[in-house]
Design a binder for this molecule. Structure first.
Ligand code: ATP
Length: 271
């Protein structure tokens, strides 16, 4: 068996926030994760399980309380050019045109003006925004804004793309189209990204897009279970993944029911 290369490695990551002098909220507890070259990993879980917090720690946007993250063997304690992030809220700069939003990250890479221009234009064409170079975010639909977010993140050719609920603000048709485009770019290797992590609440999205679904549990947040998706991506359709979607949804319902039972006081009715 050929050993797969680990690109991103989190070791025993915990995080707590100080709520007040007497109270720390433990959001993540002892999370370890290895992300390999060539895979898409989905984080699936209900709200508040700490998925976004963990993603921010992986991206170097937030410090862990304990534990360590390395990307390509380098310790992450600040944003790294090996990783880019795509946000649910798009996080575009409203005062910049589509072209300048996409070119923004390239300017930090000390590329020549010509190279910035050609890379940004190639990315705009690839992601389906040709003709909108001079538009401003306020003139775009949600789907187009997220295409700009993706083009900006991909332009710097990150090894890892981190996607924090990238489709949840979009209508289902637009979301479906962008997901399909992104997975096609990934499958055909038109993008140089070697791994992706996608945070989602949507079981079907996780199963259709990823190679591994990691189901999160809360209080404190942790990875509770892993489901491997062995169906080739090109053969995945709503029908072919139905059993897996049902199995994962069933697991999630059991998790929620168990948490509810723990939360509620036991009531016994005596005659
Ligand atoms: N800066 C912060 N200070 C205090 N608490 C925080 C902070 N950031 C996150 N939290 C808390 O950490 C917990 C996990 O939040 P997080 O956003 O990581 O969860 P999530 O699983 O991504 O949820 P969602 O799917 O709704 O985005 C929540 O209880 C949240 O209130």
């Amino acid at each position: 068996m050929i050993d797969k290369k680990i690109i991103l490695h989190a070791e025993h990551v915990s995080k707590s926030f100080e709520i007040n002098k007497n109270h720390n909220l433990q959001v993540l507890e002892d999370i370890s994760l290895q992300v390999y070259e060539g895979e898409i990993v989905a984080f699936l879980g209900k709200s508040g399980t700490g998925k976004s917090t963990f993603l921010r720690i992986l991206a170097g946007l937030m410090e862990a309380s304990s534990g360590k993250v390395t990307c390509n063997g380098n310790v992450i304690n600040a944003p790294s050019r090996d990783m880019s992030m795509v946000f649910q809220s798009f996080a575009l700069m409203p005062w910049l045109s589509v072209f300048d939003n996409v070119a923004f990250g390239l300017e930090a890479l000390n590329y020549s003006k010509e190279k910035i221009k050609s890379v940004a234009q190639a990315m705009i064409d690839m992601i389906g925004l040709a003709g909108y170079e001079n538009s401003y975010p306020k003139e775009l639909s949600g789907g187009m804004k997220q295409r700009v977010g993706l083009a900006r993140a991909l332009a710097v050719e990150p090894d890892i793309l981190l996607l924090d609920e990238p489709f949840s603000a979009l209508d289902i048709y637009t979301a479906h189209k962008i997901k399909t485009d992104l997975t096609e770019l990934w499958e055909s290797r038109q993008i140089k990204t070697r791994s992706m992590i996608i945070v989602t609440h949507n079981v079907e999205e996780a199963v259709i897009m990823s190679d591994r679904v990691l189901v999160w549990d809360s209080n404190p947040g942790r990875i509770a279970r892993e489901f491997k998706i062995d169906i080739p991506r090109s053969e995945r359709s709503k029908r072919s993944v139905l059993d897996l979607v049902e199995e994962i949804s069933h697991h999630q319902h059991e998790q929620i029911a168990y948490a509810e039972r723990k939360r509620k006081p036991h009531i016994s009715l005596k005659k």
